[in-house]
Design a protein around this ligand. Structure first.
Ligand code: 1BO
Length: 272
């Protein structure tokens, strides 16, 4: 497995997203993913599946230190006191003594960012998270956060797939040494039927989804596709034995459309 490095963090370039996975399915998918070679699992407090993610981790038999585990704090816990309590609660559900990466899940304009970042830094100082970062931060918020945060932020996790041009936010992350982690990397399944991806994949004996994920990791961006289907786990990890040409990369960049964003919650910040 390849890694993306940022401020001392070594993040496996392919991970398993667990948004909307729950119960027995969640623990089985996590266990199976780890057995297949995944070494990066992404969860969040708001997904309400940290307990099952921890169960899958233990059932896999893979050593804790060999797996990169990310969780996220929800916006309602952004005061330093709540943030610390929330991180401890996540660890207790996961049955871990620390996570590899703890993220602020979405910006919350109602709590001063300096306060929240101070609290996040404190969680790291206490050894409850090896690294800290953010998710769904716009360019303006990244600029503000890197100035205010007492510790280096190692990533910004954002929606990213061929239909969504994220050049501005990606460049802002790179300017400050943050890794980019792509959620919904197959565009919630839409990319599976894309003509451009299917055509390119035919030349390599790969599916459209595999070409899509390859396009992301070939940009040194971490992809965390979610699936509840065991056969898709193997498909999604089968992207390390071929390489897209520059022309193919460009053809996929050309798929972006102005209305490509799929995740648009009412509380989300206004994107640049
Ligand atoms: C509300 C959860 C969005 C994906 O992390």
């Amino acid at each position: 497995m390849q890694f993306v490095e940022a401020h001392g963090a070594k993040i496996p370039v392919l991970g398993l997203g667990t948004w909307e996975l729950s119960g027995r399915i969640c623990s089985r998918v996590v266990e199976q993913a780890l057995r297949l070679g995944y070494r990066h699992i992404d969860t969040a407090q708001i997904y309400e599946n940290e307990r099952e993610v921890g169960e899958g981790l233990r059932a896999s038999g893979i050593r804790r230190d060999d797996v990169f585990v990310t969780t996220k704090v929800w916006t309602t816990h952004f005061t330093p006191h709540d943030l610390l309590r929330s991180a401890k609660d996540s660890l207790s559900k996961l049955r871990l003594s620390e996570v590899d990466l703890l993220l602020l899940h979405w910006p919350n304009p109602h709590v001063p960012l300096a306060e929240t970042l101070g609290g996040l830094g404190r969680v790291k100082e206490l050894g409850l998270a090896r690294h800290i970062g953010v998710s769904n931060f716009t360019v303006a918020l990244i600029e503000e956060a890197v100035k205010l945060c007492p510790q280096p932020l190692v990533c910004n996790q954002v929606e990213y797939h061929p239909y969504l041009d994220q050049t501005k936010v990606i460049n802002a992350c790179l300017d400050h040494g943050l890794a980019v982690v792509a959620y919904s990397p197959i565009a919630k399944g839409r990319a599976k039927n894309a003509e451009t991806l299917t055509r390119i994949g035919a030349g390599y004996g790969k599916t459209a989804a595999q070409v899509c994920l390859r396009w992301i990791v070939q940009q040194d961006i971490v992809a965390i596709p979610r699936t509840s289907k065991l056969e898709r786990l193997s498909e999604n990890i089968g992207i390390f034995d071929f390489e897209l040409t520059e022309e193919e990369m460009r053809a996929i960049f050309a798929m972006a459309t102005p209305k490509g964003r799929l995740t648009d919650f009412g509380f989300a910040p206004k994107w640049d």
